[in-house]
Design a protein around this ligand. Structure first.
Ligand SMILES: CC(C)(COP(=O)(O)OP(=O)(O)OC[C@H]1O[C@@H](n2cnc3c(N)ncnc32)[C@H](O)[C@@H]1OP(=O)(O)O)[C@@H](O)C(=O)NCCC(=O)NCCS
Length: 418
């Protein structure tokens, strides 16, 4: 394959992810050091691309410098000034539009402001923490208004009080409160590590919240903070949290627009889900079955036909991406239905997905009080036999299908009684 064919192929494969992320609200937390990293300009470019692909972005930055000195008014003022300088730096990066850069003609609008109301931390263990605040309220309407106006919302770790004071805030507190209050679809925490490694040194691509909490104790401080934030976000209703590195070129794009991602995904439950297909799964189903149809492995079905019968498809999704599908094509007049378009993405084969789908469709057929199901296949007769199907002929098909059987791909017909 030539380079351009590879690029076209890659671009086509991103379509399901582009569709599934469009219109979602994603909170991106930039941890300490992100804006000072040489890769930060690439992070900005990737955020700009995500924005142009319809992702509603809220970016929250943590200050690069952390001042543990007692909070004299001078120290507080310095911290506020530094936070504002970083905010200005980020706005400046988003405003660049040099020719030959991904931001050329992007005309990005970034809105920052007094979105966070804070209250003082007060005196803790006898130490007056004046100048440090806690999030009291997130201006959801204000942030939503910015996002509705196609702007990127940029939030600094600063909060204002009704008395007119400004407080420096723990950015992790802000990231959690904003994701929770907005009902974000995702929280992405960008830190100085690639993701969470298992005891064997391999990157853990997915963790459930329960497992993530178990490994908290053995993690270093930065990992622990990010893991706790991610777990708390999931507990408060954010469906997915991702931990990725801000130093890795293309990290955001790899995490969101490729099959396996690049960092660690944390979700409340098992990330794979079996369910009846929904509208947003259509692109993923077509992506899965189209090459198999072109190769003659699956029967041709025009896209419109798949779209019309979408509710008859069952899919297995992984982080909202379709990795396997199958359809139960029933007709109210018949007591036999076809199991069709059974396909598992090549990366996920031999893990029981196909068998799980066929079992789910058989259950559905039983519930619909059908008597038998059949399949037409050119290459997987043996596989279906192992699932309890037996070789049959076109005689077993409903009348409406017998004629079609004569002109199809010389498929084998296998039937299973229910
Ligand atoms: C057939 C298919 C759906 C199986 O998906 P899967 O998720 O890998 O299925 P499972 O994990 O449940 O089963 C895998 C087992 O079936 C076996 N298998 C896969 N294809 C087979 C075939 N054509 N003939 C016989 N056995 C086969 C695998 O070797 C594996 O066996 P093992 O468990 O002993 O290692 C998948 O290979 C696929 O998408 N094929 C292309 C589309 C197709 O042919 N669809 C069927 C026509 S509708």
């Amino acid at each position: 394959m030539t380079d351009s064919t590879n690029t076209i192929d890659w671009f086509r494969h991103t379509a399901p992810y582009i569709n599934s992320h469009r219109g979602t609200t994603v909170v991106v937390g930039l941890r300490r050091g992100a804006t000072a990293n040489p890769n930060f300009i690439n992070v900005v470019h990737d955020l700009a691309l995500m924005h142009s692909l319809g992702v509603r972005l809220v970016v929250i930055h943590e200050q690069n410098t952390f001042n543990s000195e007692p909070l004299t008014p001078v120290v507080v003022n310095t911290a506020v000034v530094e936070a504002l300088e970083e905010r200005t730096f980020i706005e400046r990066m988003f405003s660049m539009g040099l020719p030959n850069s991904p931001l050329h003609n992007a005309r990005l609008r970034v809105i920052s402001g007094n979105f966070i109301t804070a209250r003082p931390v007060g005196v803790i263990n006898g130490v007056d923490r004046s100048g440090r605040g806690l999030v009291r309220h997130v201006d959801v309407a204000g942030i939503t208004h910015s996002l509705d106006g196609s702007a990127i919302s940029l939030i600094s770790p600063l909060g204002h009080s009704p008395a007119g004071e400004v407080f420096t805030l723990d950015a992790l507190d802000v990231m959690g409160a904003v994701s929770r209050s907005l009902g974000a679809d995702k929280l992405i925490v960008m830190s100085d590590f690639d993701g969470i490694e298992g005891s064997d040194g391999d990157m853990q691509r997915q963790l459930t919240v329960d497992v993530a909490r178990q490994i908290l104790e053995s993690s270093d401080q930065a990992e622990k903070e990010a893991l706790m934030l991610a777990c708390d976000a999931c507990d408060s209703g954010v469906p997915r949290s991702h931990l990725i590195s801000y130093a890795l070129d293309g990290g955001l794009l790899k995490e969101l627009y490729t099959h396996d991602g690049i960092g660690t995904l944390i979700s409340p439950d098992e990330y794979e889900q079996i369910k009846v297909a929904e509208t947003h799964d259509l692109a993923g189903i077509l992506e899965l079955i189209r090459p198999l149809q072109q190769a003659g492995v699956l029967a041709e079905r025009p896209n419109e036909e798949v779209e019309r019968s979408l509710g008859k498809f069952t899919v297995i999704t992984k982080d909202s991406r379709v990795i396997a599908c199958a359809a139960l094509l029933d007709n109210p007049a018949d007591s036999i239905a076809e199991i069709a378009s059974v396909a598992t993405h090549t990366d996920y084969r031999d893990s029981g997905h196909g068998e799980r789908l066929v079992a789910a469709l058989i259950d559905a057929a039983r519930q619909a009080e059908l008597e038998r199901v059949y399949v037409r296949t050119t290459q997987t007769g043996h596989w279906f036999q192992e699932l309890g199907f037996t070789m049959s002929s076109s005689d077993a098909l409903p009348e409406s299908e017998k004629q079609k059987a004569k002109i199809d791909r010389n498929s084998n017909i296998l039937v299973r009684a229910l």
